[in-house]
Design a protein around this ligand. Structure first.
Ligand SMILES: [Zn+2]
Length: 479
């Protein structure tokens, strides 16, 4: 029996507009006082009329074009009816039979994952349960915040082309990178501007199985774990002679399991009908060419450029393109400094470590460009050695001070003066007779120990090449 996971994804992305999809309320709901950015339109009060936000349409089209979709020229909105307490009008305005784009694809690690459709819709509100976990269980009452109602989303639906949890994660990362690059969404999963659901089934000897839908995967790690768990669960069910039930399941990240949420809805459950308050949309050639003309470099093209023009390897390129701000910073550095290989190393090793330690936002870190430029110059001119350069760079970023000032104020200039270094070498040899003997008796490792000691007594400032040379000379003299 051959068992194969079959995975399709549905991804909701919040569009980077200033105002909501059908009204002029602001979209920045994160951290806002509940129910303070709402109006009759986004609450769906009787008599209010929606007006389509053209900026949202442009961003959605931009995503559809970047995902290689066919753009449908005549489209329209539907009402998707369902009753849920966070949706006061009891329907969501969404696109149903005619989405914006169809038959696209996104290439992930050389494989084309097909995009079935991409359409626009408005977001719902949010229920707040006053429990420790924030979940419904055990809540005495629930609160509702409508600030998010009407925030513009695109929904991107893939064909079931994904065959492993790792591939699903890679797909979402690539998609996030894409929407960030084209300025369509900030792609922030923690704040909910990128949300991912998955449909999973197991095919048995090539015959498709029943699928379940997994919701609430809030991080890349959660996507990978939830899918791995669900695949295991379905395979176990099949192997023990049971049957997989079509349903929607909730990923419980703290327990590491999926649990049954409800039976899966079918389209007819939603009683879709055309939204009578919005005219059908005509997408003109002019609009499409306007969007094509302003399309920036896409992540794949950027990675290929880095490889072709800068000779970077796959691994370096994948780290640098893991987020758009990091890639932007790299491009800025190379424009100002040149030397792509070295810049790439510094950003990946030193800069990312510092970012982590100081909790820096990479998008606000363009101030490091002149610092890095100076560090490389100080190294070139032999003013500091490589070890000192790392600590000076870190301090420069932390204190926002120029490296040359730090070097000067702390007296970190590299010592290349041979007589000073010879003095240090002699005293180290005198104090480490054991190491000297073991070196002279053929244990080469002792050399590095002695070299380290000289660097230590010179507070790391000695020129390592000179130390090496003098140390060799002095040890030779002893043998
Ligand atoms: Zn509103």
């Amino acid at each position: 029996m051959e068992l194969k996971p079959v995975i399709g994804l549905e991804i909701h992305c919040q569009l980077l507009t200033r105002t909501k999809l059908f009204c002029s309320c602001p979209t920045d709901y994160v951290g806002r006082e509940p129910n303070t950015i709402v109006c009759p339109v986004c609450l769906g009060l009787p008599g209010s009329l929606p007006v389509l936000n053209k900026e949202a349409l442009k961003l959605a089209l931009r995503a559809a074009i970047a995902l290689n979709c066919n753009i449908l020229r005549k489209t329209r909105f539907h009402r998707k009816n369902y009753f849920y307490p966070d949706l006061p009008k009891a329907y969501q305005i969404s696109q149903y039979d005619i989405p914006l784009g169809v038959h696209g694809y996104l290439e992930v690690n050389g494989k084309k994952v097909r995009i079935r459709r991409i359409h626009m819709e408005e977001d719902a509100g949010k229920l707040v349960h006053p429990t420790k976990t924030g979940r419904l269980e055990g809540a005495q009452y629930s609160l509702v915040d409508f600030n998010r109602c009407g925030v513009p989303l695109i929904e991107i639906v893939t064909e079931p082309d994904i065959s492993s949890p790792e591939e699903a994660k890679a797909f979402v990362m690539e998609l996030r990178s894409l929407v960030q690059h084209i300025g369509v969404s900030d792609g922030n999963m923690e704040e909910g501007s990128l949300r991912c659901d998955a449909n999973i089934s197991i095919s048995v000897d090539g015959k498709w199985g029943t699928k379940t839908e997994i919701k609430n995967m809030n991080s890349f790690k959660a996507i990978e774990r939830a899918l791995a768990y669900e695949i295991r669960r379905q395979i176990d069910t099949i192997l023990s002679g049971g049957e997989v039930v079509q349903e929607t399941r909730h990923w419980d990240d703290s327990r590491g399991i999926t649990t049954s949420l409800r039976g899966k809805e079918e389209a007819h459950d939603y009683r879709y009908f055309p939204e009578p308050d919005l005219l059908p949309l005509t997408i003109t050639d002019e609009l499409i060419s306007e969007i094509r003309a302003t399309m920036p470099e896409l992540p794949k093209a950027r990675r290929e450029r880095w490889k072709r023009d800068y000779g970077l390897g796959d691994y370096e390129v994948s780290v640098l393109s893991s987020s758009k701000p990091l890639g932007d910073l790299f491009d800025t550095c190379v424009r100002e400094i040149g030397r792509p290989k070295e810049v790439s190393n510094w950003l990946q090793v030193e800069f990312l470590r510092i970012v982590d330690e100081l909790n820096l936002r990479i998008e606000e870190s363009v101030f490091v460009v002149p610092y890095l430029k100076e560090i490389l110059e100080l190294l070139d001119n032999g003013v500091i050695n490589a070890q000192i350069a790392k600590s000076v760079f870190e301090e420069a970023v932390r204190l926002r001070r120029f490296p040359h000032e730090i070097v000067k104020s702390k007296g970190l200039e590299q010592v290349s003066d041979e007589s000073a270094i010879r003095e240090a070498v002699k005293s180290v040899l005198a104090e480490n007779q054991d190491a000297v003997h073991s070196y002279l008796s053929g244990k080469d490792k002792a050399f590095n120990f002695l070299l380290g000691q000289v660097m230590r007594v010179t507070k790391g400032k000695a020129n390592p090449a000179v130390v090496r040379k003098v140390l060799e000379e002095e040890l030779k003299a002893l043998s």
